[in-house]
Design a protein around this ligand. Structure first.
Ligand SMILES: [Fe+2]
Length: 351
């Protein structure tokens, strides 16, 4: 096979990695499994989708109009790896014995640590997002579609948040599959009361800023003199929990887990909202979810091959640096991370 390459917008691809994927197969995707191209009559390639791009009606119609029966694709998903994750979680789901549960969780966490912390494999984050969706998701496909159409980056961030929250809960020793499923679903509903057909720019900005620095989201809406938006933002944890309970309660094994939604903008220092809770108001698993909510940035996510490599370590190091060691719930989470993942955290204290 030749080592021919082609470049698009500064990124180089190997021609030998291209495979032809039928339109019928692509119709079964929701997120693109790789780079999807269109071959022009002069044999050069046009990139249509990045890995994790949304395969929606508009995209499929475009392909059909071009009378494509198959398109060139460079996949970034390692099917064998994805399947092994799915099988481990299925084993965890079906196991009746605690000793089996412990064994399964050990294998899952081993993979997690090797890729996300030690960076010893170049798997794409997509392997995990797709495996977790297949294993856990009880949402109707329409729900995913709606959120993705409203804001694709928020949708993908929710998937990452759900994935990391489940992993860290496993690390804390929560081995019950149904509980992990509830954690997974709750992560998609934190801001559900703020969602509209298209997310208003100021709300998006507020969500983004609040993640970066607690209090900044509210400040953003005050600066915009968006009083109604600010009130809705203050109340969104409570409102989102009510909506989640009444409209999506059916996907939960235990609706009590939904209570974490009311706490997702709080922090251990007692400076969050709307209730100004303090550290002792959080169970360990709730602290994990709120920690992950602060951990995942709102920048568009890269899902290329290698995107999983060391990602948790990098995110934690960045969060620690950016907050000058002032972590929300960090003292609890830090113990787990330091002990299990041996992540060295050093930061210059502000003088
Ligand atoms: Fe929120």
């Amino acid at each position: 096979m030749s080592n021919e390459t082609f470049s698009i917008k500064g990124k180089t691809f190997l021609s030998k990695d291209l495979t032809r994927v039928s339109l019928q197969e692509i119709e079964g995707w929701f997120l693109s499994l790789g780079f999807v191209f269109f071959q022009l009559p002069n044999s050069s390639y046009l990139k249509l989708l990045d890995p994790g791009g949304i395969v929606d009606e508009a995209f499929l119609t475009k392909l059909k109009r071009k009378k494509c029966e198959e398109v060139p694709v460079i996949s970034v998903v390692d099917q064998k790896h994805k399947e092994s994750l799915i099988n481990l979680f299925k084993k965890l789901k079906n196991s009746q014995l605690e000793v089996e549960n412990i064994e399964c969780s050990r294998e899952i966490l081993n993979d997690f640590k090797k890729v996300f912390v030690e960076g010893s494999h170049d798997y794409s984050l997509l392997d995990y997002l797709l495996a977790f969706q297949e294993v856990f998701s009880l949402f109707l496909p329409e729900f995913f579609k709606q959120v993705a159409e409203m804001d694709v980056d928020i949708f993908k961030r929710n998937m990452v948040m759900a994935t990391f929250s489940v992993f860290l809960c496993l690390q804390l020793g929560y081995l019950d599959f149904n509980f992990l499923s509830d954690v997974y679903h709750a992560c998609f509903l934190m801001d559900i009361s703020l969602y509209e057909d298209v997310l208003p720019w100021s709300t998006h900005k507020a969500i983004e800023n609040e993640q970066r620095l607690p209090g900044e989201g509210l400040r953003t809406l005050t600066d915009f003199k968006n009083i109604a938006g600010r009130d809705a933002f203050v109340q969104h944890p409570l409102k989102s929990m009510q909506i989640a309970y009444s409209e999506y309660g059916n996907v939960f094994y235990n609706r009590g887990v939904l209570n974490v939604i009311t706490k997702h903008q709080e922090n251990a220092a007692g400076t969050g909202f709307p209730q100004k809770l303090i550290q002792s108001d959080f169970a360990d698993w709730e602290a994990v979810i709120v920690f992950v909510e602060h951990l995942i940035p709102h920048e568009p996510l890269l899902l290329d091959r290698g995107s999983g490599r060391g990602i948790l370590k990098n995110l934690i190091t960045n969060l620690y640096k950016n907050s000058m060691g002032q972590f929300y719930h960090f003292d609890r989470i830090a113990k787990i991370l330091k002990k299990e993942f041996q992540i060295k955290l050093e930061v210059e204290k502000a003088s």
